[in-house]
Design a protein around this ligand. Structure first.
Ligand code: ATP
Ligand code: MG
Length: 260
């Protein structure tokens, strides 16, 4: 469904990220993207969503290379925008309509989808936003904004959903709903997180970037979660100094995931 082949990226300031990044995600896979701050998780998700273009290598969607030219073609771009969506780490940037109702309806309208009212009612209901339909999106709380941004994406009925740090501002009930809804949905998922206990519930496969943007692991998530050396290299576990009975000693400790 999605393939990165020898992908490198360059920021406008000349700084480069990723050198020869290779992976592919098949339809229906649930993959978790892990790595420390600045590793390139958000950048990778933007590349996957066609918002950024690689400086080298090729990103393909359903076998079609995502070139600037193809993304300018109206039919391709419409189908791609409906099927491949990204929930931003800071979704405020996505919200600009006058009301929650208009916000959820906006994407389906732009893409000419049918049953707009039903889509709004369904996803507002699922995300418990039905009491807020007439509110202005900017007046919502951070977590409500993230739920709204998610409702906007789900209203498109996408095949591929990339979520950038979804647990950062969502409450546990909503994260639980997210896990139940998305895992049962058959959608293809790529989810970035620092939260290893969430990762353990969300995905089957882990892609782990180190601090330099190198893909240092691509394999079963369960195996990665029990490899403390790997988690430490990925900045996901670290040597804490703990005090036990007055003596300090250092040992490896993954913050929210205890290897058993
Ligand atoms: N607009 C930009 N211009 C130049 N460099 C940038 C820009 N945005 C991000 N970077 C750099 O790209 C690298 C990757 O950033 P990115 O936001 O993808 O990391 P991340 O893994 O998502 O981090 P976090 O866990 O903090 O969200 C960082 O080194 C960052 O400094
Ligand atoms: Mg990020």
């Amino acid at each position: 469904m999605l393939e990165f082949a020898d992908v490198g990226y360059a920021w406008p300031d000349g700084k480069t990220l990723f050198s020869g990044l290779n992976f592919r995600i098949e339809a229906g896979e649930k993959a978790v993207l892990l790595g420390p701050n600045g590793a390139g998780k958000s950048t990778l998700l933007r590349l996957a969503n066609g918002l950024l273009a690689p400086a080298s290598g090729t990103i393909s969607w359903q076998g079609q290379a995502l070139t600037a030219e193809i993304l300018r073609q109206r039919d391709f771009s419409r189908a791609f925008r409906q099927a491949n969506v990204l929930l931003f780490q800071h979704p405020e940037a996505m919200l600009f309509n006058a009301s929650v109702r208009d916000e959820i309806a906006y994407g389906p309208k732009q893409l000419g989808l049918a049953d707009i009212d039903a889509r709004v009612a369904r996803w507002a209901g699922e995300l418990k936003l039905d009491g807020l339909l007439d509110e202005a999106p900017f007046a919502l709380s951070g977590g409500q904004k993230q739920k709204l941004a998610l409702a906007c994406l789900l209203a498109l009925d996408p095949q591929f959903l990339a979520l950038d740090e979804p647990s950062a501002s969502l409450d546990p009930r909503t994260v639980g709903w997210l896990i139940d809804t998305l895992l049962d949905s058959g959608r293809t998922l790529l989810i970035s997180t620092h939260n290893l206990s969430l990762a353990a519930e969300l995905g089957e496969r882990a892609l782990i970037l180190d601090e330099h943007g190198q893909l240092i692991y691509d394999g079963p998530l369960a195996t990665a979660l029990h490899d403390l050396d790997l988690l430490q290299a990925a900045g996901l576990a670290h040597r804490h100094r703990h005090r036990h009975g007055g003596t300090a000693h250092a040992h490896l400790h993954a913050h929210d995931w205890e290897s058993s």
